[in-house]
Ligand binder design. Structure first.
Ligand code: 5GP
Length: 333
C-alpha cells in the first residue's frame, strides 16, 4: 500500500469531481467494482462518474447503475473532459495504462488528478499516487470492500454497494472456487448477505440467463471446435470472426468458454483464441503451477494471473494459431 487512508479520505472529501475507470473488455469484476465504488461515493455525497474504455457485456446490464456508465470509445470528447476535470481518479482492476487503450490511457496519464489504484494484478506500473495492490486477492471487488473498511465506512455498506462487490467476487473467483478464494472472501459475502444482499438473484442474473444464440455458440464450440493438442495436456478452442458473426458475436458471448476446455479430464492448460476486428484475442486458463500469465507475457504481449491470463496478437488469425501451436510445445518441453 502506498500512502495512508487518511490521505485518500482527505482527497475525496475535498474533491469536486471523481472519476472511476476500469479496463478494456470490462468483465464482472471491472463493472462490479466500479459500480460498488460509484454507489459508495454517491452515498458519501461525492460527485462521481464511471468511464469504461468500451462497452460492457449485456449479461451485466441488470446491475443497478449501468445506465450511468460512460463509454470512452463512444464519446471520447465528453469522457476526456470528465477525466480532465477530475480531482480524484480511480484505476480499478488494472495497473497499466495500456489496459484502457491508447487514447484513454493517454488521457489518464496526462490527467493531474490524484490517482488511486485498487487492483489485484501482478507488476503494477507507477501510475498512481495511492495504491492498494494485492495479488493474493481473488478480485478487485474484495479490495473495494477493504477500501470502504479502511475508510471506516463499513456501516455504509448496503445491498446496492454489495451487489457490485458480490458480482466481482463471484465472476473473478469462478463462483468461489479458485485457489485465490480465502476465508475473508466468504466473510465478505456473509457480511453482504447480512446487509440484505439477494445472492441467489445475482447468481441467476449472471449464469441462468442465456440467449438462444449464445447457447448455440456454446454447443457449436464444444461439439465442433474443442480439441486436445497431441501429446501435451492442453485443450483449445479457436473461433474465427466469420463463425462468431454467424452464431453470436456480441460482447460477453464467449465468456467462460475457455473454462469448458480446461475441464476436459487430464487437461492442465486451456486456450481460447478468437478473431476480432483488426486483432486476435487470446485467453488462457490453467491448473496448479502452470503459469499462463508468464506464457502470455512472453509470447502475446499479455498478462493476468498465474491461472487466468489473456493476450493479444496483431498477426492474422491463422498465423496466430500457428504461432501458438509452435510456442505451446516449447512451453511444455
Ligand atoms: P480473460 O481471459 O478473461 O480476458 O482475462 C483473464 C485475465 O487476464 C484477466 O485478469 C485480465 O485482466 C488479464 N488479461 C486479459 N487480456 C489481457 C491483455 O491483453 N493484457 C494483459 N496484461 N492482461 C490481460
Amino acid at each position: 500500500m502506498k500512502n495512508t487512508f487518511e490521505e485518500v479520505e482527505r482527497k475525496l472529501v475535498n474533491a469536486s469531481s471523481v472519476v472511476i475507470t476500469s479496463h478494456q473488455s470490462p468483465d464482472g469484476d471491472a463493472v462490479g467494482s466500479s459500480l460498488a465504488l460509484y454507489h459508495y461515493l454517491l452515498k458519501k455525497g461525492i460527485k462521481v462518474a464511471v468511464i469504461l474504455p468500451d462497452k460492457f457485456p449485456p449479461f451485466l446490464k441488470w446491475m443497478g447503475g449501468t445506465e450511468q456508465i460512460k463509454t470512452f470509445d463512444e464519446d471520447p470528447a465528453s469522457c476526456n473532459h470528465l477525466i480532465d476535470q477530475a480531482d480524484v481518479l480511480f484505476i480499478l482492476d488494472y495497473n497499466d495504462p495500456k489496459r484502457v487503450g491508447e487514447d484513454m490511457g493517454r488521457s489518464i496519464t496526462n490527467s493531474s488528478a490524484y490517482k488511486v489504484m485498487i487492483d489485484h494484478h501482478l507488476n503494477p506500473t507507477d501510475m498512481a499516487n495511492w495504491m492498494m495492490s494485492d495479488t493474493n486477492s481473488c478480485s478487485t471487488a474484495q479490495l473495494i470492500y477493504e477500501f470502504v473498511c479502511g475508510l471506516r465506512d463499513e456501516e455504509k455498506m448496503d445491498s446496492q454497494i454489495g451487489e457490485g462487490i458480490y458480482t466481482g467476487l463471484v465472476t473473478d473467483s469462478g463462483s468461489f472456487r479458485f485457489p485465490s478464494v480465502d476465508a475473508r472472501t466468504h466473510e465478505i459475502a456473509a457480511a453482504l448477505i447480512r446487509k440484505g444482499l439477494n445472492h441467489s438473484r445475482i447468481h441467476e442474473s449472471l449464469f441462468d440467463v442465456n440467449s438462444l444464440n449464445r447457447l448455440k455458440l456454446l454447443g457449436y464450440s464444444l461439439s465442433e471446435k474443442l480439441k486436445v493438442l497431441p501429446n501435451i495436456p492442453v485443450a483449445v478452442i479457436y473461433l474465427s470472426k466469420k463463425e462468431l458473426d454467424e452464431l453470436d458475436n456480441q460482447k460477453g458471448s464467449t465468456e467462460g468458454l475457455v473454462n469448458y476446455a480446461l475441464s476436459v479430464e487430464g487437461i492442465q492448460m486451456a486456450a481460447f483464441i478468437k478473431e476480432d476486428v483488426n486483432k486476435v484475442k487470446l485467453s488462457f486458463r490453467s491448473k496448479g503451477d502452470v503459469a499462463v500469465n508468464e506464457f502470455s507475457a512472453k509470447h502475446f504481449s499479455g498478462g493476468g494471473h498465474k491461472n487466468a491470463a489473456g493476450g493479444v496478437s496483431f498477426d492474422s488469425f491463422d498465423e496466430t494459431i500457428k504461432k501458438f501451436e509452435n510456442v505451446i510445445y516449447e512451453f511444455w518441453k
